[in-house]
Design a protein around this ligand. Structure first.
Ligand code: NAD
Length: 453
C-alpha cells in the first residue's frame, strides 16, 4: 500500500494529470472500458445479489456514462481560473482563484450500488486532475474482482488502481497519507475513516446513511404518492441509502394509504425473475433484517426465503419509535408505517433522531412543504417523489450531521476533489504607501475610507 501511494504521489508530482487533455483522454478510456465490458459487469453483479441488467444499467452505468459526458462537456468551465474583484486596499492589482487538484485520493465504496459508488467519485477525482486508489466493498466480491480486472488491466497503477479487500486492507490503506479520502458507507465506519484521516489532516467527504423519513400528508395525491414510494422503497430490495426508511402518514388517510400500498406492491410483482428485485447481500444482513419484522405488526409480506436470501416486500403498521425496526437504518425491504395526529409532533419525532440523508414530502400544500423544509435538517430529498433527486447532477448529493460531510455529483464533485487557490497579483509599477511607517492620522483616515468604515 505504501509503495502504491508513493508511486501515485511521484506520478502526481510530474504534473501529467493536470492538462485538461489528459483528463478527457482518461475519461474517454474509462467510458470505453465500461462500454466494452458491460456483459462482464452485469454478470458479476448478478452473481453478487442477482441484480438485473435493467436495474444495473439504470441505477449504475447510466449515471456513470452521464457523469463522464457531463465532466467532459463542463471541464473547461469548471477548471477555469476565476477572476474576482480586488478591494480598494489592494488597488491596483488583479485577484483570481485557481482550481487545482488535491493529489492522491482514496475512494472507499459500499456494496449496494458497487459500480456507481466507487466509480462516480473516481470520475470526479479524475476530472479534477487527481490520481485515485479505489477500494470497493468486499461484500460485492464478484463485482469488486471485475472492477479490479478492468481498471488494473487498462490503467497505469500510478494513476488509477483498484485494491480489493475488507477491513484489514482498508485499515492498511487508511494508515497511508492521502490528500483526500472519499468514503461511502455506514456512519459507524465513517467515524473510523474520519479518525484515521485526522492523523494526517486529510480532508474527507463522508457519504453515509440514516433513517430517511417520508411524510404522507392528508392533501397529497395519494395514488401517485404510493406508486412513487413503493418503487423507491423496494428498488434494490430496499438496499438504497436514500430509500424512504419509514413513512409518517396522517392518521385520517392511513387505512387508504395501506390498502393502496398493498395493491401497488402486488401490481409491481417484485421478484428476481421480473428483474425488479434483488437478494439481500449476505446472511448477516438477512438475519439482521428478519429480526426487525415484528410478526404482530405485519400488514403485508413478512416472509423470508433464507436459502435464496430473499425477504418479500414487507409493510409494518402501528409502528412506534421504540420498536426494533426504528432503532437503526433498515437498509432492506421493510416499510414501517407510523401514523400521526398532528404534523408538529411528527416533525418533532424526526428531529429527535440523527439528521437523515434524505427526507420526502408528499403534499400539495405549499405551506406544509415549506414548514418541513424549514424545520428538519437533512442531506437532500424530494417533494412528491423519492430517490429521484439523485438523478439530477445539478443537485449536490450528500448528507449532514450523522448522514454525511460534503457532497458530490456534477460540479460539486469537481469542487470536492479540488483546492481553490486564491491569488492576489500586484503590479510593480506603483505602490500606495499607506501601510508603511511612519504612520499618520491622514494615512489612517485613508485606510478607514478604503475599508469603508
Ligand atoms: P460499511 O460501512 O460496512 O462499508 C463501507 C466500506 O468500508 C467497505 O468498503 C468496507 O470494506 C469498509 N469497511 C468496513 N468496515 C471497516 C472498518 N472497520 N475499517 C475500515 N474500513 C471498513 O457499509 P456497507 O454495508 O458497505 O454499506 C451500507 C451503508 O452505506 C448504509 O449505512 C448506507 O446508508 C450507506 N450508503 C451511503 C450512501 C451515500 O451515498 N450516502 C450510498 C450507499 C450506501
Amino acid at each position: 500500500m505504501n509503495n502504491l501511494v508513493q508511486k501515485q504521489r511521484n506520478y502526481f508530482k510530474t504534473h501529467k494529470t493536470k492538462p485538461l487533455s489528459f483528463r478527457v483522454q482518461q475519461l474517454n478510456k474509462l467510458q470505453e472500458v465500461l462500454k466494452s465490458n458491460e456483459k462482464l459487469i452485469y454478470d458479476a453483479i448478478y452473481k453478487d445479489f442477482k441484480k438485473s441488467e435493467f436495474d444495473t444499467f439504470v441505477t449504475e452505468l447510466a449515471l456513470l456514462y452521464h457523469d463522464i459526458k457531463e465532466a467532459k462537456k463542463n471541464l473547461k468551465k469548471w477548471a477555469k481560473v476565476k477572476s474576482v474583484k480586488t478591494n480598494m486596499l489592494n488597488f491596483p492589482a488583479k485577484s483570481y482563484i485557481i482550481p487545482e487538484p488535491l493529489g492522491v485520493c482514496l475512494v472507499i465504496g459500499a456494496w449496494n450500488y458497487p459500480y456507481q459508488l466507487t466509480l462516480a467519485p473516481a470520475i470526479a477525482a479524475m476530472t479534477a486532475g487527481n490520481t485515485v486508489v479505489i477500494k470497493p466493498s468486499e461484500l460485492s466480491s464478484e463485482t469488486s474482482a471485475v472492477m479490479a480486472k478492468l481498471i488494473n488491466e487498462n490503467f497505469d497503477s500510478e494513476y488509477l488502481k483498484v485494491i480489493e479487500g475488507g477491513i484489514p486492507e482498508t485499515t492498511e490503506l487508511l494508515e497511508q497519507k492521502f490528500d483526500k479520502i472519499f468514503f461511502t458507507g455506514s456512519t459507524q465506519v465513517g467515524k473510523i475513516v474520519y479518525q484515521a484521516a485526522a492523523k494526517n489532516l486529510t480532508p474527507v467527504t463522508l457519504e453515509m446513511g440514516g433513517k430517511s423519513p417520508a411524510f404522507v400528508i392528508k392533501d397529497c395525491n395519494l395514488k401517485m404518492t404510493v406508486k412513487r414510494l413503493v418503487w423507491a422503497k423496494f428498488l434494490n430490495a430496499g438496499q438504497t441509502c436514500i430509500a424512504p426508511d419509514y413513512v409518517l402518514v396522517d392518521e385520517t388517510i392511513e387505512k387508504e394509504f395501506l390498502e393502496l400500498v398493498k395493491i401497488e406492491i402486488e401490481k409491481e410483482n417484485f421478484s428476481i425473475e421480473n428483474g425488479n428485485y434483488t437478494q439481500i447481500i449476505n446472511e448477516r444482513n438477512l438475519d439482521r433484517l428478519s429480526k426487525m419484522i415484528d410478526t404482530d405488526k405485519v400488514y403485508y409480506g413478512g416472509e423470508t426465503e433464507s436459502l435464496d436470501r430473499i425477504i418479500q416486500p414487507t409493510v409494518l403498521k402501528n409502528v412506534i419509535l421504540s420498536d426494533n425496526v426504528m432503532q437503526e437504518e433498515i437498509f432492506g425491504p421493510i416499510l414501517p408505517v407510523i401514523s400521526y395526529t398532528n404534523l408538529e409532533d411528527a416533525i418533532e419525532q424526526v428531529n429527535d433522531l440523527p439528521k437523515p440523508l434524505s427526507c420526502y414530502i408528499f403534499s400539495s400544500k405549499k405551506e406544509q412543504v415549506k414548514k418541513i423544509l424549514n424545520e428538519i435538517s437533512f442531506g437532500g430529498g424530494a417533494v412528491n417523489d423519492a430517490v429521484m433527486h439523485i438523478a439530477n447532477s445539478k443537485l449536490p448529493f450528500g448528507g449532514v450531521g450523522d448522514s454525511g460531510i460534503g457532497s458530490y455529483h456534477g460540479e460539486s464533485g469537481f469542487k470536492t476533489f479540488s483546492h481553490y487557490k486564491s491569488i492576489l497579483e500586484k503590479t510593480t509599477l506603483m505602490e500606495l504607501s499607506l501601510k508603511y511607517y511612519p504612520h499618520s492620522k491622514t494615512k489612517l483616515n485613508w485606510i478607514q475610507r478604503f475599508i469603508g468604515i
